[in-house]
Design a protein around this ligand. Structure first.
Ligand SMILES: Cc1ncc(COP(=O)(O)O)c(C=O)c1O
Length: 706
């Protein structure tokens, strides 16, 4: 028995009637039908809940590894696109300020809307059938309608802002690929072939005997008028439904290209197949030499796409200061700088500031955040003109002193006679609590960082009403382990504070607080079956708590882990395999030197591991006994993971530690003086490699200890 999920919409029930009522040859297959709205079906596909599913084509693009698209059954065509509608008249210029209802995150309609209006960030996701009412009640300003609503909205006094389908057609010349029928790849090629034939038969039967399907259509279409039902079918069931054909395939490819260009097809983790392919190419091309006992890889195509996606989630004026502490590799810093002009860096020391300058960042793209700054550090930062976040009230006094000296002498500490162009903010601890990982949570009742908002409210008010030049607020709640609600509430508390301060600053003739640095901290997935929150959902959550954040402030972000972790992986040669009762130990060339946090606190940092043979082929199966993954350092805590179930490992195999692109090499430990590994970047699964950093030579090592 195969499970099938379709929507109760007329076009779906029309084409599935013959299967449902067994009017055609089903080649021995039996089906159990489930009816859901399109977005529920998209979610069911993500969790691979059903065997055959009608999904939005955008969702299909995300799930191509798991599902095969059937040749028949697609809803695609010209003039079928979703419409953006509203009660009031709006122009294109109004769009960024509107709250727009969308019929599901993973719908093609959402994708088409993002293509048309990437600047709209205030979105409410709701059932497609609730959108018109939500607009009429004034809960949202506009909405994207799909299905039969395109035939009814005008009668309800709503107006079209734009036909998103026409926009697509003008741009691509292709039919609009709305949704298609997909089959789980696990069903096997034979069953999928049968499904292809059955689906074709079913669509053909419906087109040849349209009246036969109507009772089934009516049964599911509830109160829909008959003419609307028929129009609906005429619009969405056509030549492309019978067979997708070359035109249809080209349309899907176009959708894929555009989604990829917009960074919307980013995955949270690299796919195993893509790591395997890159590793094999690296081995074949001799990029892993004999002396490269361990090598770190960065998928630069994936990284670029991720950064593009990040910038697409926020309004264009946002500065994304990627946290250097997560990844200070100069070549990577240079690389991401080129991806978008909105990319900057967050530096936690003068050393990191100097790396940023070296990588070509302009002072206005650098945010300096160190928790302990000397007078000399502050003078240097002010002279350089970078944005500085003060950590405490004494630091503010120091800056005030430097500024006064400068302005009275004209050529004070800042040198030359110019005043600093730095902007200055203050780190505030919103005291919203701790996440699941103690050592990376910094917004509890106590934190060594920033000025605690509840404990020091008066002092905070005092400094913001004393220093006109203090025009920024900054917070960072934690890194990994903090839920979206907690992160957004931290921002909300500071937003309320900054709004209040701005009113009072206006009374004094002070400039407004205009810079709002929300820090980093969006968690990532360290395991391919966990689903971390999406960046765009974080933005939606922020806007619920702080609706005018992006209108009132220039926002800075500081995502480190989110930017880099999933783009990198590390491979170590397995030098030896030891066998003890019930447990094996793989002796590796990286341990607590590269994975400091993992070795000290393995429960909070659970990477995924894969084993490859010497040619780079993935080993399959499970060894009888689990493995401890031991590093090369002389202390017993140098074990990356204990009791991991893996295929049988042989000496000389490669062990890959996935999702190791952030907070790994940046935390390198010099203990035991191991040479730092070679670091390679690559594009398109290993089509091209770039040397990002060479393996450390013994001379360089000597220099370090000299
Ligand atoms: C001030 C500050 N900003 C940004 C970050 C980056 O956090 P994440 O890498 O989790 O995004 C950190 C991490 O410790 C931080 O302390």
């Amino acid at each position: 028995m195969l499970t099938i999920g379709i929507s109760p919409c007329p076009n779906d029930t029309f084409i599935f009637d013959a299967i449902f009522h067994q009017r055609i040859d089903l080649e021995g297959l039996q089906f159990e039908f489930r009816f859901h709205d399109v977005e529920t079906l998209n979610h069911k596909a993500m969790s691979v809940d059903l065997d055959v599913i009608k999904v939005s084509f955008f969702t299909y693009l995300l799930l191509r590894q798991k599902f095969e698209l059937l040749e028949s059954g697609s809803a695609m065509g010209f003039g079928t696109g979703p419409l953006l509608i509203s009660k009031n008249e709006y122009t294109h210029e109004d769009l960024p300020h509107l709250t727009v209802a969308i019929p599901g995150h993973f719908t093609t309609a959402h994708m088409l809307f993002r293509m048309f209006a990437p600047s709209v960030k205030k979105k409410e996701f709701m059932l497609f059938s609730e959108i018109e009412d939500a607009i009429l009640r004034g809960e949202v300003d506009a909405g994207v309608i799909i299905h039969e609503n395109r035939f009814t909205y005008e009668k309800r006094g709503l107006k079209k802002i734009v036909d998103l389908g026409s926009h697509w057609e003008k741009l691509t010349g292709a039919p609009i690929p709305l949704g298609g029928i997909v089959a789980r790849k696990g069903l096997g090629a034979d069953t999928i072939e049968k499904l292809n034939r059955i689906m074709h038969r079913s669509v053909k039967f419906a087109l040849e005997h349209p009246e036969v399907a109507m009772p089934f259509v009516k049964q599911h279409a509830q109160e829909m008028a008959e003419d609307v039902m028929k129009k609906h079918i005429q619009l969405y069931v056509n030549e492309n439904t019978l067979k997708i054909g070359t035109e249809g395939k080209a349309a899907i490819k176009k959708l894929q290209e555009i989604a990829s260009e917009m960074g919307l097809l980013r995955q949270s983790n690299l796919k195993s197949e893509s790591i395997e392919q890159a590793l094999r190419s690296a081995i074949l091309q001799g990029r892993i030499r004999k002396e490269d006992t361990a090598t770190i890889f960065y998928d630069l195509t994936f990284l670029e796409e991720r950064i593009r996606y990040l910038t697409s989630c926020f309004p264009p004026a946002t500065l994304h200061g990627l946290a250097i502490k997560a990844n200070p590799l100069l070549r990577i810093m240079e690389h991401v700088r080129g991806v978008s002009p909105n990319i900057g860096v967050e530096a936690a020391s003068i050393g990191e500031v100097s790396l940023a300058l070296q990588a070509g960042y302009r002072p206005d793209q650098i945010v300096y955040d160190s928790p302990v700054k000397t007078l000399a550090d502050l003078e240097f930062a002010l002279k350089t003109g970078i944005h500085i976040n003060m950590d405490n009230l004494s630091e503010l006094e120091r800056v005030d002193k430097i500024r006064n000296e400068t302005s009275t002498t004209g050529a004070g500490k800042l040198g030359a006679s110019q005043e600093s162009t730095s902007t200055i903010g203050l780190r505030i601890n919103p005291q919203v609590g701790l996440g699941t990982i103690q050592e990376s949570s910094v917004a509890g009742e106590y934190s060594k960082f920033g000025v605690a908002i509840k404990n020091n409210r008066k002092e905070l008010e005092h400094v913001f009403l004393t220093y006109p030049w203090l025009t920024g607020v900054h917070l960072h709640v934690g890194s990994q382990g903090c839920p979206l609600g907690m992160l957004a509430e931290g921002i909300g508390l500071l937003y309320d504070f900054a709004q209040e301060m701005n009113e009072r600053r206006s009374e004094k003739g002070f400039p407004h607080i205009s810079i709002f640095d929300i820090g980093g901290g969006l968690p990532v997935s360290y395991h391919s079956d966990t689903t971390p929150p999406l960046m765009e959902d974080y933005v939606t959550e922020i806007l619920k708590r702080a609706p005018k954040l992006f209108d009132s402030f220039r926002v800075i972000t500081e995502f480190g882990r989110w930017s880099y972790t999933n783009a990198g992986w590390t491979v170590s040669r397995v030098e030896y395999v030891k066998h003890d009762p019930g447990i094996n130990t793989a002796m590796l060339h990286v341990g607590a030197d590269l994975f400091v946090r993992e070795c000290l606190n393995p429960r909070d940092w659970p990477h995924e591991y894969s084993v490859f043979d010497q040619a780079g082929n993935l080993r399959q199966g499970c060894d009888e006994h689990p493995y401890n993954l031991a590093g090369p350092l002389c202390f017993s805590g140098d074990i990356l993971a204990k009791g991991v179930i893996l295929p049988e490992i042989k000496e000389g195999d490669y062990l890959v530690i996935r999702d190791s692109g952030g907070y790994t090499f940046s935390m390198w430990s010099r203990y035991n003086s191991r040479q730092t590994p070679r670091i390679l970047g690559y594009y398109n699964d290993g089509e091209r490699f770039d040397l990002l950093k060479e393996r450390e030579s013994l001379e360089e090592l000597h220099r370090f200890w000299k």
